[in-house]
Each structure stands twice: as C-alpha cells, then as structure tokens.
Design a protein around this ligand. Structure first.
Ligand code: RRO
Length: 336
C-alpha cells in the first residue's frame, strides 16, 4: 500500500485493528453478520460481496415443512422502518439441508442456522435433523417471530415456554445455541435469564416489535395479516437498551445484537452496550453491500478511537461516567 496521504495512515491503522470475535467458543473473523430473514440463505448477497467475508450468515428461520407464508400485502413502510408480515415462508428443513446449507459450506461461509417451530417438539426435531450437518457454526433458536397465528407461539414472551424450547434444543445438539429474544416483554432480563438457565450459550437481540399500519383511505390495516414486525432504525434505541440491560445482568453471556444498524457507528453502539457481534438486517433491502461497508466503517471507527481489537469495546458503555466538575460546584461534603 502506498503511503502518500493522511488517509493512508488512517487506513493502515484501521487494517491493524483485530476484528476477530469469539461467540460461545466459536471463532469468527469479524463481528458483522447478516440478520435472519433479510438475506435468505446468503445466495443473493453473494453477487454483491463474498459471503465468506462476513462474520457469519444468519439464515432465514427454517421450519419442519415448506411454507408459503402469509397472504400479501406483507410489507409496509413506516417512518425510519418497515413492517413485515412474511409468516415464516421457507423451503422446510429437508430442502434447506439438501441445498442451502451445502451452498453456504461450499462458499466458506459460517452459517448461523435459525430454526423456528410451532411446538417444543418441532424445535427439537429441527435441532436433531441439523445434528452433524457440515458448516453449522451456531444455532439461532427463533422463539420470537411475531407473525404467527397464535400469540401463544411467541415462546419468548413467557419465561417458562422460552426455557422449555431451549432445554429441548440443547438436548439435541452439540452446537452452541443462541436464543432470539423479543422486545415485546415487560422484563427482557427475566426471559434472558430463563433461557440461559435452560442452556442457551448466547442471546440474539432483538427480533422485530409487533406493529400495525392503517390505510387512511380504506381505514383497514395495510397488511393482510393485520399486524407485522417493525424493524429498521426506528427500533435501534429499543434494541440498544435491551442489549444494555441484559449485558448489565449477565456480562459473561455473548450477545449477537441487531435492530436498525445502518452504519459502523450504529454497530459500535451495540458493541459498547454489550454485544460481541452484530447482525445487519433491514438496510440490506435498499443497500445490499451494507454489511461490508458497515464492517469497514466499524474498523475505521475503532482505529480512530485507538482500539487495537474490536473485543476491547464490548460493554464499554457500562463503565462509570466521568464526573463533570463545574467551577461553582461545592466539593462533596462541604458545609452548606
Ligand atoms: O417470517 C416472519 O414473518 C418473521 C420472522 Br420468522 C421473525 O422472526 N421476525 C419477523 O419480523 N418476521
């Protein structure tokens, strides 16, 4: 690399930053992953960059049987976000194992396989079917899809049901298990503690928030499925807050953070809140190259702040604030 300008100096420092991360004992070359549901099984993104250059590819949640999903319309734009009501469309586990997973393995991608079920037994069966499959780095257990017919199937909204699913999956696999949590709960730390107690090795946070848009001409919900999951920058502060709360309660549990990440600085917020890696989702619909740009921006931001490793910033926002001393303030303990 020619050293001819100030910029080259920054670039050289940026390339010195160690971007490697380890999640539940599994090493990834960098902390930028795709988000489940936003890049299918990675094929489409491979036209824009090499999927092996991602930290990992998180696949669309797969179920036991092929599914066509919910009726259309199933997308609606919102300020700084979008609503989806896909309804777990997918090929089913057998086709996934025959086609998608081998494709990811052949392309040297690290697959984080997201599974979803409508019963505890279905989750267990999926984990069993994936046992021994090549190229599975982690299992992401999606217990928080908002687009199901029965809200009772949003296992992540009840500590007991969430734990039951994770316990059943844990029994069937040796691969580290990440539980994907919903923000639509009163106390996310309670749910996080329950799934960790049940054997989750890490947490993916957060899934979309349940929302609705009404068409003001028809005065009916825009989505055929009525409600949908809200994603995009609108939910980022909710996600950062959730990551913060869970990291504060369980600092040793690895977190894959997601929710409205569009830039390297957005990713940095999640890391400082306590995530060890991040997933980039909604933004890839409009900007498919975003994960690589975000990775470069994050590397640059870390270099500019003097960090030698991305691991150094994980949870940094939890350190005590530096006290601000104002000139007319009385020193503590001075007589009033
Ligand atoms: O397929 C979906 O409708 C969907 C899923 Br599985 C999920 O986890 N989150 C979401 O917003 N949509």
């Amino acid at each position: 690399m020619a050293v001819t300008s100030e910029h080259t100096y920054d670039d050289r420092r940026a390339t010195d930053v160690d971007m490697g991360v380890t999640l539940a004992g599994v090493h990834f070359p960098n902390p930028v992953f795709t988000a489940s549901g936003c890049a299918a099984a990675g094929r489409e993104l491979n036209q824009f960059f090499d999927v092996a250059d991602l930290g990992g590819v998180v696949t669309k949640s797969v179920m036991r049987e092929p599914r066509t999903g919910r009726p259309t319309p199933r997308m609606a734009e919102t300020p700084s976000g979008m609503l989806n009501s896909i309804g777990l469309q997918g090929p089913g586990i057998d086709a996934f194992l025959a086609k998608d997973l081998p494709w990811l393995d052949e392309h040297d991608a690290r697959a984080v396989v997201s599974i979803a079920g409508s019963s505890v037994e279905e989750y267990a069966l999926l984990a069993r079917k994936l046992r021994g499959a090549r190229g599975v780095a982690l299992l992401e257990v999606n217990i928080s899809c908002p687009n199901v017919e029965d809200r009772g199937q949003v296992f992540a909204c009840h500590a007991g049901s969430a734990a039951e699913v994770i316990r059943a999956v844990r029994r069937e696999t040796r691969v580290p298990v990440f539980a994907k949590l919903s923000p639509d709960v009163t106390d996310i730390v309670e749910i996080a503690s329950a799934v960790v107690e049940a054997g989750a090795n890490g947490l993916s946070m957060i899934n979309t928030l349940l929302g609705m848009v009404i068409d003001t001409d028809t005065l009916r919900p825009v989505l055929a499925g009525l409600t949908g999951g809200l994603s995009g920058p609108a939910i980022r502060p909710v996600a950062v807050r959730a990551v913060w709360q869970v990291h504060a309660a369980m600092p040793k549990v690895p977190i894959l953070g997601m929710g409205g990440i569009r830039t390297g600085l957005d990713a940095l917020q999640f890391l400082a809140a306590g995530a060890s890696a991040v997933s980039v989702g909604t933004t890839v619909f409009g900007d498919p190259g975003a994960p690589m740009r975000i990775l470069d921006e994050l590397r640059q931001a870390l270099a500019e702040r003097g960090h030698a490793s991305v691991r150094d910033v994980v949870g940094l926002a939890h350190r005590p604030a530096v006290a601000t001393i104002t000139e007319d303030a009385d020193p503590p303990g001075s007589p009033t």
